[in-house]
Design a binder for this molecule. Structure first.
Ligand code: COA
Length: 220
C-alpha cells in the first residue's frame, strides 16, 4: 500500500483515481497539475496543488506518483511529465486491472495503466508509461515499448514490436511479426500487415454508405 499522488485533473486523472481506489492497494491522497493550469484547490474532494510545489508538500520518499495524461501530442505530453516526475525522485505506480488476464511473467514497467479485459499472453514485454485501454489482445512474444497508447479492442498478434510513443487506434489489427516504428499512428480499425515507418499515419478503408436504406434490407 502506498500513498499516491496523481498528476492531472482531467478524464485520465478521474479514471486513474477510480481504478486505483477501487482495484489496487494504493491510496490516492492528492492531485497536482502545472501551476498555470490549476483551477481551484480540490479535485474529486481531494487536495489539488501545484506540481511545482509537489516535492516539498508530498516528498518522493513518502509518496508514489501516477502521471494521468492521455495521448496528447502522440503521447509526448505524458512522456515529458513522466520524465519530470522521475527527475524529481518519484517512484511511479502502475495499475493492472484485476480483470486483466496478465499471463506474461514479466510485469509491466512504471506508470502503466492496463484496464479490464486485456489479455497479455506469455512472453510479452510492456515498457514504461504505457496505457492499454480495455479489451485488447497482446499476442505472445510481443513488445510494447515505452510511452505507447493502445485504444480498446486492438488485436496484436505474436512477435509484434510496437515502437515508442505509438498510438494504436480502436479495433486495429496488427499481423504477427510486424514492427511498428516509433511514433506510428494506426487509425481506428486499420489493418497493419507490413512494418510501418516512423511517424507514419496508417488508415484502412472506412465503411461506405450502401445504396439502399435500412428500410430496404434485412439484417439477418
Ligand atoms: C486517423 C485519425 C487520427 C484521423 O483523424 P483526423 O485527422 O481528424 O481525420 P478526419 O476525421 O478529418 O478524416 C479525414 C479523412 O480520413 C478518413 N479517416 C479518418 N479516420 C480514418 C480511419 N480510422 N480509417 C480510415 N479512414 C479514416 C475520413 O473518412 C476522411 O476521409 P475523406 O477525406 O475521404 O472524407 C482518426 O480518425 C482516428 O482513427 N483516430 C483514432 C481514434 C481512436 O482510436 N480513439 C480511441 C480513443 S481511446
Amino acid at each position: 500500500m502506498a500513498n499516491l499522488l496523481i498528476f492531472g485533473a482531467g478524464d485520465m486523472a478521474r479514471m486513474a483515481h477510480h481504478y486505483f481506489t477501487h482495484d489496487s492497494p494504493h491510496d490516492v491522497v492528492a492531485f497536482v497539475v502545472d501551476r498555470q493550469f490549476r483551477r481551484g484547490d480540490q479535485f474529486l474532494g481531494l487536495p489539488l496543488s501545484d506540481w511545482e510545489d509537489a516535492p516539498g508538500a508530498y516528498p518522493p520518499s513518502e509518496f508514489m506518483m501516477f502521471v494521468a495524461i492521455g495521448y496528447t501530442r502522440m503521447n509526448g505530453a505524458r512522456q515529458e511529465k513522466y520524465a519530470a516526475a522521475k527527475a524529481a525522485g518519484y517512484r511511479l505506480a502502475s495499475y493492472v486491472s484485476s480483470h486483466c488476464r496478465y499471463l506474461s511473467s514479466t510485469p509491466p514497467g512504471e506508470n502503466c495503466m492496463i484496464f479490464e479485459d486485456n489479455t497479455i499472453q506469455p512472453f510479452v514485454r510492456i515498457g514504461n508509461n504505457v496505457t492499454l485501454w480495455s479489451g485488447s489482445v497482446i499476442g505472445h512474444d510481443s513488445v510494447v515499448e515505452d510511452h505507447c497508447f493502445i485504444a480498446p479492442h486492438v488485436a496484436v498478434a505474436g512477435h509484434v514490436r510496437i515502437g515508442e510513443r505509438s498510438f494504436i487506434g480502436i479495433n486495429a489489427t496488427i499481423r504477427n511479426s510486424v514492427s511498428i516504428a516509433v511514433q506510428t499512428l494506426v487509425g481506428a480499425g486499420a489493418l497493419i500487415v507490413k512494418d510501418t515507418t516512423a511517424k507514419g499515419v496508417y488508415l484502412s478503408e472506412p465503411a461506405r454508405l450502401f445504396e439502399k436504406s435500412s428500410d430496404e434490407v434485412e439484417p439477418g
